[in-house]
Structure formats: C-alpha cells, structure tokens
Design a protein around this ligand. Structure first.
Ligand code: CO
Length: 478
C-alpha cells in the first residue's frame, strides 16, 4: 500500500528564524509565492510569534498585512502558523477573550493550519486556544477540508518521566480535545532516529486512523534527515523540511534530498524536484542578501554535536557558558551540567524548551556559583514552583519547594483562570493613543506593547506624510 508522505516547508518561517533571526522580508518572499503554491506541499509555515515580533520591531511591516499578502498568492497551499497556547504570540498568559479574538483574526486573515503547543505540555494551557481553533476552524473546514485545521503539538524532551507512555497519553488527550493533527515538536533536535521510529509507531497505533501525525525537528546536531526517514518508515504523515538555501544546520533538514530519497518508493511525496529548482535559486539569492546585511551567520549551517554530548539543547548550553563567563566561573561548566538534571528533578521535570530551559539553566548556574543549592532563586524559578506556568510533569521536590517559595501561595488551577477579560480594555487604550486602524492593531499591541506602539508611530508618520525615512533611521527607538 502506498503511504504518501506530505511535506510542510518552513522556508517562510522557521527556516529564516533559525538561520537569519527571522529577518526575511515580505518582498523577498513575493517572487517565490506563486511557484511555492504549485509544489504540492501539505502546508507552508509562514507565521508565528517571532515573525510577528520581527515584522514590527525591525522590518517596519504590519504582520497582519504580511499574512494577507501570503494568502493572496498562496491560493492552493494552506498557510501554517505556530501559536504558544495561552501565551499566543507573546510571552505572558492572555485572558481567554483575547485568545478567542486572536484565533478568529488569524483565520480571517488567511491562516489554514494552527500548530499550538505549551512548553510544559500542560493540556489546560491549550484549552482556550484549541476551543477557539475548533470554533472558527470547523466552519472553514466544512467548506475546505485542507483548512481550519487544529494541530496540537507535544514539546519533545528527554527525562525519566518523558516515556513513550507519557507521550502517547498526552497525544490521546489532545486528540480527545479535538486535535486533527498531532505534532511531535522537537525544537532542540533531541529526538534520535530510532526513538523517532518507536514514538511514531506507538502514536500511530494509539491514535485514530484519521488523526495525522506531523513531525517537526531541526538538523542542529546532524541527525535530522535520519530522524525524518525513520519517522517516515514508522508511518508519519507529514514532516517539516526547509528548501536547501535555508535548510540544515539549526534549521530543518533540506527539502530536496528528502523528496529525491522518497521518489519512486511507497512514500513518494509526489513533489516534482524540477519545480523546486527555480524556487531554491530565488532563496539562494535571498540567503546571500541576508548574509550580506549581517542577519545570517554561515556558522548556523554547521553540525553542532554538543546536544548529543551534553544532553541539553544548543541554545541552553550557550546561555550556560555566557552566564558562567559573566560570573568569572567558566571552569564550573561540568558542575553546572551535572546540576541541570538535579534542578530539573526538583521542579518536576519540565521540558528543556523556552522558557523552562532558561529557568532551569539559570538556577543550576546559581546553585553552583553560590556554593549552596537554592540560596538564591530567580522570580521565574519561584513562579515555576508556584505553578504559575502550569502543571509540571511530576510533583516537585517538597523540601526544595519550601525553601524556594518561602510561604508563597501555590496555584493548582489553570493559570489563566486568574485573568479578567482584557480585549475591550486594550482596544480602548489603542484608540485613545490614536493608533487604531483595525481590530488587528489591538492584538499587535497586546502581543508586544512597546514594539507595536513604536511601529504604530512609524506607520502614522508614514501615512501622514511625515518624513518616514527619519522614522526609519531611529527617531523612534526600535
Ligand atoms: Co522549530
């Protein structure tokens, strides 16, 4: 039986986020869009928190306008986005009314597939967003079954509690909450090829036949192509790749080698390699431009085996080294690396992804540098123990919790339950400041208040004929 593999290309989002600090501009995407639309991808990833932030902060672009432009040219291929559960596109918990409004506007402006995840894998942090995705997505899906898709992602990590059983149970929970697709999100490239095979096989057996399994990995440590190939043999439906000019290294494994590998096999993607050549040629030029302007450091293309050796994600390791350098204790790296799993165990084994990777890493550094464990703690460590990020995979170490919390109240309910509705309040603020042009402005402002305000100032100056070049050169701090 043929088991066609589908591909999501990340060239418009994760590829340039990983290689070039998310600096690709809409005009650099435009010439390739009609060609990308003809390839036959499952979806094209084009939007997420970082693209949203960078558009306004550095590129003087309205992220909503970018989305509408992508949708205009991508007539056949669904646009996929990444949503951080209750944190939406930003870094704090938002009230449920804002979650609902943002999801509504994402679909309205052209999103076809929403990938939603929580850093701690707490399903309660996906409740509101998944409810909204179903509410608006199901209407779209009724007309076009390739759009309006709810994809719930598991943040992949390794620890004694992150077993096959744990991931299968979590995936089934998300499926019961209404997910059309289950994604394994391996942002740190921690997933190894044979583990990918076992995990996908177990998920395939446990999930409903109509639920698609989607794998997202990176090629940071050089295992990405093997991870994808093993997952494909285990029955994965969709894998993420990036066209070669911005593929491999810290980005996704490249698209073309996988298409060629699967050609003529039972997994054939149906993608014509010839069609990818002119698109890759275009993005080669774009990559060269990004390198020239200093957004792309060619080092990102190299294989970095540190994660394989130290069992911590690459970004976390460089943070640890920087913090030790600042403290003048670079010789303590091995002690800190040994302390990381201890801190992780104390706080109930959070996945080592943003933000918990930073929290655990910083605390491990403090524990070693201070010479006494938890003598000093950050606010973030305290919040993690207090349940403010959500439920941890395992109970915390009570002795440590007492020392860290010093009597501070813990919460066991969904963190967003504490929040009052906020959309109307924020809307009034944007109107009062004189920046309101569309409902989407309120969502930009909610996501990145300062960045959005600076962008609105610039936009206003431009629209009112004030010297916009002056604005661009830094009259407004961006
Ligand atoms: Co990624």
């Amino acid at each position: 039986m043929s088991k066609k593999v589908m591909i999501m290309d990340t060239i418009l989002r994760d590829a340039h986020q990983s290689h070039a600090a998310t600096r690709m501009r809409t005009e650099q995407m435009l010439p390739a869009l009609p060609l990308l639309d003809e390839v036959g991808y499952y979806s094209l990833e084009g939007w997420g928190g970082a693209t949203f932030d960078t558009c306004m902060r550095f590129l003087h672009e309205d992220p909503w306008e970018r989305l509408r432009t992508l949708r205009k040219y991508l007539k056949k291929t669904p646009i996929q986005m990444l949503l951080r559960g209750q944190n939406l596109l930003g870094y704090r918990n938002y009230a449920d009314d804002l979650v609902d409004k943002l999801v509504e506007k994402c679909f309205e402006n052209g999103i076809g597939v929403v990938r939603v995840f929580d850093a701690l894998n707490d399903p309660r942090n996906l409740q509101a967003s998944m409810k909204a995705i179903k509410k608006y997505g199901d209407q779209i899906k009724a007309k076009d079954p390739t759009r309006g898709i709810c994809e719930a992602a598991i943040s992949y990590t390794t620890s004694p509690v992150h077993t096959l059983e744990y991931f299968v149970k979590l995936a089934k929970t998300y499926e019961d909450m209404g997910a059309d697709n289950i994604c394994i999100k391996d942002m740190a490239n921690l997933l190894l090829p044979f583990d990918a095979f076992t995990l996908v096989k177990a998920l395939r057996e446990a999930l409903r036949p109509e639920t698609k399994i989607h794998l997202h990995t990176h090629n940071t440590t050089g295992t990405g192509d093997m991870v994808n190939l093993m997952a494909i043999q285990a029955g994965v439906d969709i894998v993420d790749t990036a066209l070669s000019p911005l593929g491999n290294g810290t980005s996704q494994p490249a698209t073309e080698p996988l298409v060629a590998t699967l050609k003529g096999t039972e997994y054939d993607t149906g993608i014509d390699l010839e069609k990818l050549i002119p698109i890759a040629n275009h993005f080669k030029k774009v990559a060269a431009e990004l390198e020239k302007e200093g957004s792309l450091n060619p080092k990102v293309r190299q294989v970095d085996v540190n994660t394989l050796i130290y069992q911590v994600p690459g970004g976390m390791l460089s943070n640890l080294m920087n913090q030790l350098k600042k403290a003048g204790k670079e010789d303590k790296l091995n002690e800190v690396l040994a302390e990381v799993p201890n801190v992780r165990r104390d706080c109930g084994y959070p996945p080592l992804v943003t933000p918990s990777s930073q929290i655990v890493g910083t605390q491990a550094v403090m524990n070693v540098v201070m010479g006494e464990r938890y003598k000093m703690v950050t606010k973030e460590t305290r919040d993690l123990f207090a349940g403010k990020y959500g439920q941890l995979p395992m109970p915390v170490n009570e002795e440590v919790a007492e020392k860290v919390l010093k009597g501070e109240k813990r919460i066991t309910y969904r963190p967003a339950d504490d929040l009052e509705p906020e959309y109307e309040k924020l809307k009034a603020e944007v109107i009062e400041k004189g920046y309101y042009t569309q409902e989407e402005d309120v969502l930009s402002y909610a996501s990145f208040p300062e960045v959005a305000e600076n962008f609105f100032k610039w936009r206003k100056a431009k629209d009112e004929g004030v010297d916009s070049d002056l604005a661009k050169t830094g009259v407004y701090p961006v």
